[in-house]
Design a protein around this ligand. Structure first.
Ligand code: GTP
Ligand code: MG
Length: 138
């Protein structure tokens, strides 16, 4: 079993979609083992997305992630990283498969409702960015 970091992004929290998105994770066999709703400062959002700082959309992405509360969560399960990315769907909702979160809920490539870690190393880093060991209850 594996853990991954998930974020329900501002466009989704604003539209009150936390429960519907969580239902998708649980239906896919992912267990929510930690979860909190927080408002990121632009500095925190910028640090989280530092890997993208050279990309042209970085400023827009940071501003968006700090615009409204987000729900950060740790999902656990067999192949949780890959399974979560499958449930999320493609980054651009126009390319996302039927039944995925981004197909159903995302507004655009930027406001795409969810984030999910992309590899074991980034998952470990991203979980530690938001949660202490004490907050993780498997
Ligand atoms: P994450 O799970 O959020 O990391 O998405 P991803 O892995 O599917 O996409 P990627 O890591 O390539 O990009 C990170 C995030 O940057 C995306 O989820 C989008 O929110 C945002 N992003 C990517 N491309 C664009 C773009 O062309 N324009 C804007 N505004 N945002 C983008
Ligand atoms: Mg990514």
């Amino acid at each position: 079993t594996e853990r991954t970091l998930s974020i329900i992004k501002p466009d989704a929290t604003k539209r009150n979609l936390t429960g519907k998105i969580n239902a998708k994770f649980e239906e896919a066999g992912l267990r929510i083992v930690a979860q909190k709703r927080i408002k990121l400062s632009p500095e925190q959002a910028g640090k989280f997305y530092e890997v993208h700082k050279e990309r042209p959309f970085y400023g827009e992405l940071v501003e968006f992630m700090a615009s409204e509360p987000v729900v950060v969560q740790v999902l656990e399960g067999e192949s949780a990283i890959a399974k979560n990315r499958e449930v999320m769907g493609a980054t651009n909702p126009a390319d996302a498969a039927e039944g995925t979160i981004r197909k159903e809920f995302a507004l655009s490539v930027g406001e795409n409702s969810v984030h999910g870690s992309d590899a074991p190393e980034t998952a470990a880093q991203e979980i530690a960015f938001f949660f202490s060991g004490l907050e993780l209850v498997g």
